[in-house]
Design a binder for this molecule. Sequence first.
Ligand code: GLN
Length: 193
Amino acid sequence: MAPIGVLAVQGDFLEHRNMLDSIGIESVEVRLPEQLENIDGLIIPGGESTTIVQLIDIYEMRQPLLEKARKGLAVWGTCAGMIVIAKHLKDKRPDPLGLMDIVVSRNAFGRQIDSFETDLDINGIDGPPMHAVFIRAPLVTEIGNGVEILAEVGHGKPVAVKQNRILATSFHPELTEDPRMHAMFANIAHSIQ
Ligand code: GLN
């Protein structure tokens, strides 16, 4: 079993590593294309999506990452990470990787509810609802065939989606004490394809 990589170019990658640590899952920081070898999954953290995409391109990771994902690398984007892996954005920038067939709108919850917290029932996660922290969160506005909605807020606002081995959440499980989403991703990442 290989470790879970955490893209560590910008954003709250340390919080993801600490969460994985707390459940005994080995992780490594990924900043260069060769570090995409020998990992079972990659987490793209929250932060600033334009900066993250810029750094992915500066470090020439876009093509190797697309290639790895095509071969089955599990990828999980949280918040800015969801923007990074989307197929299309409603916004002009950044140019996303297109790993998941979703259209995403940045900062779409609006000014009044810029940041908020709520409890969510998430498909595939047993036990009580998960506390979810949204910070200038993206909204999924369209989903393609084969994208599964795991959780939504309000009516028809997906905030956790999955397509094969790719996972995206608008919120930040790494900013809570609840490791269940990390355990779920590790299960996907470590499962035989
Ligand atoms: N609004 C940020 C962006 O567009 C994402 C915010 C976050 O990751 N908490 O990149």
